[in-house]
Design a protein around this ligand. Structure first.
Ligand code: SAM
Length: 373
């Protein structure tokens, strides 16, 4: 199930403006004589930093976002004019950002690169604070994690695996009675697993390379499966859910985060997925590194944009997916950390629900699920 072009079906001012922007970027990319794509990473950074600033400041005025798109469009027109009036270097294949590698990076290898160089602050402190706040604000007792066997399914570089361990398992020994590690991080990327092992601070945490769509983990063996921002990138959310069902104990819980739809952020991401379709992920990543951005910021910017699958779901769609995979919903997180759309939505929706939805959409889809037995 793919909803990757949800903005096509929305037909509103925002989607029209973004479609015009896509056309303008195409002109930049297809400029016959000169290489103009080197401007794109900076334009991308400037645009998203503006949007995130407005989102953070809880600006419900859509005109602000429209004007950010209009300004970006003007900047592209300026670049095209500068090319005409002044000129840039001739088009050279090896300097053009919009030429993909013949063999495109696999999803897991892409994340391996994005996650490799997080600073300690963004690796240990930030995820711990985010997780704790999200749980607390949704009245989830942190004791829930104590003495439980936990799987971080699609753990990336292990930043949340470490946060979970810090929350709950400091005093436990390396193995539980069955000889298995108490907390397991599991990801398809070898680079991520290597990074996670290097950064691991707990003797009772281990990491393993594997596919969330097809695991050979023991059946009904985990009390908690934590799956944060993974299944919308695999191309088949249901398949991943069925795999979680299989390995979860009958009284276990799944704590899951999936992307949603609507909201300015998703519109912009969808537009840039089209704009950057042909761009080389590695060159683009390096351009952002050269702009001296922190690696966590590069991850936040590039996460959904270049990855092969980014399946977006409305609230109804995601809840139907859970039900059809035989899960029941124990809790939807209606609150979040201040960086979460969900929290902003929570604070603003009493004032103006319609406007709050147009800016923040459904917020993040964060749920606690249980097996329907
Ligand atoms: C957005 S990252 C989230 C990582 C981590 N959960 C976090 O929140 O930091 C998505 C992760 O899913 C992993 N992934 C994608 N497809 C996968 C698959 N089929 N099997 C296992 N891992 C996969 C990627 O390698 C990447 O680390």
């Amino acid at each position: 199930m793919t909803h990757s072009s949800f903005i096509k079906s929305r037909k509103n001012i925002l989607s029209n403006k973004l479609y015009n922007l896509i056309k303008l970027f195409k002109k930049l990319e297809e400029h016959k004589k000169e290489n103009l794509t080197s401007f794109t990473p900076y334009l991308f950074l400037r645009f998203f930093s503006k949007v995130h600033f407005f989102l953070k400041k809880k600006k419900l005025d859509l005109k602000l976002y429209y004007s950010a798109i209009d300004n970006l469009s003007k900047e592209i027109i300026d670049i095209l004019e500068t090319s005409k009036n002044f000129g840039f270097k001739k088009f050279l294949k090896n300097t053009n950002l919009s030429i993909k590698n013949k063999k495109d990076l696999k999803t897991e290898d892409y994340y391996g690169i994005l996650f490799e160089n997080f600073s300690d602050k963004h690796y240990y402190k930030e995820p711990y604070d985010l997780l704790k706040t999200r749980l607390k604000r949704n009245n989830v007792n942190l004791q829930l994690f104590k003495n439980k066997r936990i799987l971080d399914y699609g753990c990336g570089n292990g930043r949340y695996t470490q946060a979970i361990a810090k929350l709950s398992l400091k005093k436990l020994s390396r193995y539980n009675n069955s000889g298995e590690p108490q907390i397991l991080g599991y990801d398809k990327s070898k680079t991520n697993i290597l990074t996670a092992r290097i950064k691991n601070r707990f003797s009772n945490v281990e990491y393993k390379v594997g596919d969330v769509n097809q695991n050979n983990l023991p059946k009904e063996s985990f009390d908690i499966v934590f799956c944060n921002g993974v299944l919308h990138h695999t191309g088949d959310i249901s398949l991943g859910l069925r795999q979680i069902y299989k390995i979860l104990k009958s009284d276990g819980i799944c704590i899951i985060y999936l992307s949603s739809t609507d909201g300015i952020k998703w519109y912009c991401i969808e537009a840039f997925r089209k704009i950057l379709k042909n761009y080389n992920k590695i060159y683009f990543f390096k351009s952002l590194v050269n702009l001296n951005l922190n690696y966590n910021k590069i991850f936040y910017l590039m996460d959904h944009v270049f990855v092969k699958y980014n399946d977006l779901t409305t609230k109804k769609e995601v809840e139907n997916l859970f039900k059809s995979s035989n899960f029941k919903i124990i809790k939807r997180f209606n609150r979040g950390h201040s960086i979460d759309d969900t929290e902003r939505l929570f604070q603003l929706k009493k004032m103006n629900p319609k406007k709050a939805f147009s800016v923040y959409g459904y917020g993040e889809h964060r749920y606690i699920l249980k097996k329907n037995i």
